[in-house]
Design a protein around this ligand. Structure first.
Ligand SMILES: Nc1ncnc2c1ncn2[C@@H]1O[C@H](COP(=O)(O)OP(=O)(O)O)[C@@H](O)[C@H]1O
Ligand SMILES: [Mg+2]
Length: 234
């Protein structure tokens, strides 16, 4: 599904050039659950933006479902983001003073889905993300951190994307709530076959994935299969 070849992302500040990503290569198969780990500033979010077709590399190629993403037009990129990819951003970007249900329905407005169908799909996405029905009509600024996370996950699911990209989705949660949220990703992967790429700096969270990529100073330094995956294969 994903093939990243020799990707470099260079930022310039005046005369100074800085490689946020340096010659990174890896591939991800359909249905894999991959965690990306690395210290703050190591290039994780930069990589996620490239994988999500929100940004392009300075050099190197990125193939998504055998399409060379770097050669696509803005319209084609927008179509890919709308149809194939679900994002859970580091800041959740929920609309305040708007109900949970409406927040999840919003991406479908842009996708041109009519309203009865929007509501139906949004409710299903909320259920898949483990949100209680009683909270569907609460305002998004009146729910807890763990619930906000679930709404953000539901919103990423509502387009039925084959690829889910999540940037530190458990970052601000206590460890118990974090485990529940990661359980939601695991279910989406195991039961619905979604491909998941999740950034985290917590080892315990990363161990729920099949595979962990370690990034340091923009370089991919390790790519290993987790215990979780090895157990599943036995
Ligand atoms: N738009 C940008 N312009 C210049 N430098 C950036 C930009 N975005 C990120 N960086 C720098 O690139 C490096 C990697 O950032 P980032 O990908 O956000 O790291 P991480 O998500 O691992 O914390 C950091 O040093 C950061 O300051
Ligand atoms: Mg980041």
């Amino acid at each position: 599904m994903i093939e990243v070849k020799n990707i470099t992302k260079t930022y310039k500040a005046g005369d100074i050039k800085f490689n946020a990503l340096n010659n990174v290569s890896f591939s991800v198969n359909d249905g894999e659950f991959v965690a990306i780990m690395g210290p703050s500033g190591s290039g994780k979010s930069t990589l996620m933006h490239i994988l999500g077709a929100l940004d392009s590399p300075t050099s190197g190629t990125y193939f998504l479902d055998n399409k060379n993403v770097s050669t696509l037009s803005d319209d084609e990129l927008a179509d890919i983001r709308r149809d194939k990819i679900g994002f859970v951003f580091q800041s959740f970007n929920l609309l305040p003073r708007t109900t949970v249900l409406r927040n999840v329905m919003l991406p479908l407005v842009y996708a041109g889905i009519h309203s009865a169908e929007r509501e139906n799909r949004a409710k299903n996405a909320l259920r898949s993300a483990g949100m209680d029905e009683e909270h569907f009509h609460h305002l998004s600024n009146q729910i807890s951190g763990g619930q906000i996370q679930r709404v953000a996950i539901a919103r990423a699911l509502v387009n039925n994307p084959s690829l889910i990209l999540a940037d530190e989705p458990t970052g601000n949660l206590d460890s118990k709530t974090g485990e529940i949220v990661i359980g939601t990703f695991q279910k989406l992967n195991e039961e619905l076959g979604r491909t998941i790429i999740l950034i985290t700096h917590e080892q315990e969270i990363a161990e729920h994935a099949d595979r962990i990529l370690f990034i340091k100073d923009g370089i991919l330094i390790e790519d290993r299969t987790t215990h979780q995956k090895r157990m599943a294969k036995v």
